[in-house]
Design a protein around this ligand. Structure first.
Ligand code: PLP
Length: 373
């Protein structure tokens, strides 16, 4: 039992989610934890053994496809948004076989695209943003040439939660005959449940693939990411033969991979349904509004009016505020352009968490003796 005590000690050093306003992950839903435990020994890398788990993965892909306006989407559950983005671009690149391939992504793209450039030997061209931090379609267009294998739009940027004009990017993709990947790692399970819905998914003809992460707003256990393609052709472009396994081939990036994320993500979506997910998303949006008002009362100004449950506040002292909060075991994050502190209002952020946070930040402002701006 000493070992478990030792583990407990390490675990105690972790900061509980009730003091975290800087992560896109959250406490898994109770039903996700139950489902995770039931599938703890599963390995989807060998689907001939885990036949039921494989079947469940197909059902989850269909469910995610339904949410994203394409029940026949083809894909799988992966380790997260990073892997999903890698696989989308890898598929685009393999389908085109251009030498010296490039992709065009918004300047606001997640850092996984820097890994992609390095791994896949694809040049990553970064398009300018407008004053609301959405990608400028004219800039995207100007960066496309005959070596471009795909363009990327983001539905829920990591830093600001902004949504790119996917409808316009879709038109560009069709016009140039190239693929469009939508990185909706965060927004894919937020936007569909909002009152004001912007088109961002397979409903738009030019969209070839979508990243959507159940381990963020889907309240699944980690790891649970998702990559969905419009048709099987994109998966085929990723296929390698697997001689000694129960399956003939595989198109995943990882070999051995857990079925826990599949089970937990499926359980949450089935348990909550569209309506239940909507309630949770709307509560997060309401909490975001409360945080915004409280912070404004302290003199902070948001970088943009929050679109989803992410809000950033301009301040020259972003790093200092983050550091001081960290000393008190509170976690927030910062962005550098513009200098701001960033808060992600996940399902674990209740009114109580907010009021604790606000009184803490008031103290911090007093101690470092600065005005917010
Ligand atoms: C979180 C995020 C990712 C990366 O996802 P991981 O699960 O951390 O690999 C990619 N893109 C966007 C827009 C994200 O918000």
């Amino acid at each position: 039992m000493d070992i478990l005590k030792e583990l407990e000690e390490f675990r105690r050093k972790d900061i509980p989610y009730s003091r975290v306003l800087g992560s896109m992950c959250t406490v898994p839903h109770p039903i996700a934890i139950k489902a995770h435990k039931m599938f703890i020994e599963t390995n989807l890398g060998d689907p001939g053994i885990f036949r039921g788990t494989r079947e469940l993965e197909e059902k989850l892909v269909k469910l995610l496809g339904e949410i994203l306006h394409h029940p026949n989407a083809k894909g799988y559950v992966c380790s997260g948004g990073t892997e999903a983005n890698i696989q989308a671009i890898r598929s685009f690149r393999n389908l085109r076989r251009s030498d010296k391939p490039n992709i065009v992504v918004p300047k606001s793209a997640h850092f996984s695209f820097d890994k992609i450039g390095d791994l896949l030997c694809v040049e990553v061209r970064k398009a300018e943003l407008d004053e609301e931090y959405r990608v400028d379609p004219a800039s995207v267009e100007s960066l496309i040439d005959d070596r471009t294998v795909g363009i990327v739009g983001i539905a829920g940027t990591t830093e600001l939660g902004q949504v790119d004009p996917i409808e316009e990017l879709s038109k560009i993709a069709i016009e140039y005959g190239i693929d469009l990947h939508v990185d909706a790692a965060f927004g894919g399970l937020v936007i569909p449940f909002m009152d004001k819905i912007t088109k961002f998914d397979f409903e738009l003809e030019g969209v070839s693939s979508i990243t959507v992460d159940p381990h963020k707003m889907g309240m699944a256990t980690i790891p649970a990411g998702g990559i969905l393609f419009r048709d099987e052709r994109y998966l085929k472009a990723l296929e390698v033969m697997t001689p000694y396994l129960t399956s003939r081939s595989q198109w995943t990036l990882t070999g051995t991979r857990p079925g826990t994320g599949v089970a937990s993500a499926y359980a949450v979506l089935r348990y909550l349904g569209f309506e239940g997910m909507g309630k949770i998303v709307k509560r997060c949006l309401r909490m975001t509004e409360i945080v915004k008002e409280e912070m404004e009362a302290l003199g902070f100004e948001p970088v943009i009016e929050p679109i989803m449950n992410i809000v950033c506040f301009k301040t020259e002292h972003a790093e200092k505020i983050k550091e001081e909060l960290m000393k008190r075991d509170w976690i927030i994050s910062t962005i550098s352009n513009p200098k701001a502190i960033r808060l992600v209002i996940m399902p674990h952020v209740t009114e109580e968490v907010i009021s604790n946070f606000i009184s803490e930040i008031k103290d911090v402002l007093k101690i470092i003796d600065v005005r917010p701006q």
